[in-house]
Design a protein around this ligand. Structure first.
Ligand code: FAD
Length: 392
């Protein structure tokens, strides 16, 4: 179709990737991000699947080894630290900061409007109108990439199911140089798992806070899934040191001292010592609550939901950013092939719904097996990361 005006709401990885792709195709794109300053997630790791790096490599001209770290082993440990299983498999790991900075550098600062929170929107056959707390913008297409807590989803799909998975991910990372040399060496060439009763932890190397991928400058990142009952138990861990009950995450530095102490003590008591050291040396462990969010529509005339604003899936396939990017690539193709926005979105929706549903199903199953049923065998290939299936 001809040049369309596009408003992308949400300037994180999903929104930025879609914005870059649509601009490349000649559309007139503006990104609106509610945060008053450029986003920062302090470098937490991401599994770097093909869809997650496709734009940076194919369009932004970056080499994979500039932005990610390759590991060649999937290793499981026993409680005493000996190796339970060691399979060869190549993974790439990057960090949220690294990918965001590279995408934003490529996009440029023009047309990336901070401090713009979408407060209302409407649409008719000719396009969409978006309100940012007073300022109103018209666009032919409104792309809502406003994340797991999407206001657009709650308006467009009020019956969408958002279900707490029963557990949270405690996360953190430590510079390699701050670990004992033996620990850094053991954790630097693999993804390392420890699976035990109703819990598992995984550990992998990621770029340093400034993006360096050089050995010695890197961070070792952990994601530790732990069950908390909905109600008092969850409320307590999500109440920050200022007494505020958080919804989706507990940012670094805000977890209460008694929960940080409990996490460190449990690491010492329950994890292999090499993993316990990593948790104990993490200055400010933080957490993300794990939700399943499921929609049955992603296209609404001239408006679409993209990335976590549509489906938000458990992180076990490391595919959240890949799914958001895949939504963007498919959107660009659909707009290219269709005569107008609404027919493009109608053509785009079925495949993206299917990708989201299948990923949700798969990650639910992994979560059930690891956190509830305890049927996760060390080295099981079913658990290999992938957007479309294990290793794909
Ligand atoms: C524990 C954990 C581990 C994970 N590990 C991985 C991994 O290894 N690999 C991976 O690919 N993914 C991983 N993910 C998932 C990944 O973080 C998300 O899938 C991804 O960030 C989704 O991107 P998004 O752009 O759709 O949404 P988000 O990153 O949530 O961005 C939404 C943006 O919209 C903005 N916004 C919200 N509301 C408004 C509004 N009203 N107006 C304007 N702006 C608004 C927000 O400020 C934010 O910038 C993990 C997630 C968790 C919880």
């Amino acid at each position: 179709m001809d040049r369309a005006s596009v408003a992308v709401v949400g300037g994180s990885l999903g929104g930025l990737t879609a914005a870059c792709l649509l601009r490349d195709d000649g559309h007139d794109v503006t990104v609106y991000e509610r945060s008053p300053r450029p986003l920062e997630q302090r470098g937490a790791g991401i599994g770097f699947l093909e869809a997650s790096y496709r734009y940076l490599v194919d369009r932004a001209g970056l080499a994979l080894d500039e932005v990610s770290i390759a590991t060649d082993h999937i290793r499981y440990l026993h409680r005493d630290g000996t190796v339970a299983s060691d399979g060869e498999h190549r993974y790439l790991f990057s960090s949220w900061n690294t990918v965001y900075r590279r995408l934003l550098d490529h996009w440029g600062r023009e047309g990336y409007l901070l401090d713009h929170e979408m407060t209302d929107f409407d649409s008719d056959e000719s396009g969409a109108t978006v309100n940012f707390g007073g300022r109103t913008v018209d666009a032919d297409l409104l792309v809502c990439a406003d994340g797991v807590g999407s206001m657009a989803r709650s308006r467009l799909q009020p019956t969408a199911l958002s279900t707490y998975a029963g557990y949270v991910a405690w996360r953190g990372m430590v510079p390699e140089a701050q670990l004992t040399p033996g620990t850094a060496a053991r954790l630097g060439d693999a993804i390392t798992y420890y699976v035990y009763a109703n819990s598992h932890i995984l550990v992998y190397p990621i770029p340093g806070l400034e993006g360096s991928v050089e050995p010695g400058d890197r961070l070792i990142n952990f994601v530790w899934y732990r069950n908390y009952l909905e109600g008092d138990d969850l409320d307590d861990v999500l109440t920050d040191r200022n007494g505020e009950r958080r919804d989706l995450s507990m940012p670094p530095g805000l977890a209460t001292d008694h929960h940080v102490a409990e996490v460190r003590a449990t690491a010492a008591a329950r994890l292999p010592s090499v993993l316990a050291e990593l948790v104990e040396r993490t200055a400010e462990p933080f957490l993300q609550v794990v939700y399943d969010v499921e929609v049955d529509r992603m296209a609404f005339g001239n408006i679409c939901l993209l990335g976590d604003a549509a489906f938000s899936v458990r992180p076990h396939a490391a595919a959240g950013t890949a799914k958001a990017a895949d939504d963007g690539w498919a959107l660009a193709e659909a707009l290219d092939a269709a005569p107008d926005v609404s027919s493009a979105l109608a053509a785009w929706e079925p495949r993206q719904l299917e990708v989201g549903r299948r990923l949700l199903e798969r990650t639910r199953d992994i979560g059930r097996r690891s956190q509830v049923d305890n049927t996760w065998e060390a080295g099981d290939p079913e658990f290999i990361f992938g957007l479309h299936g294990p290793g794909r």
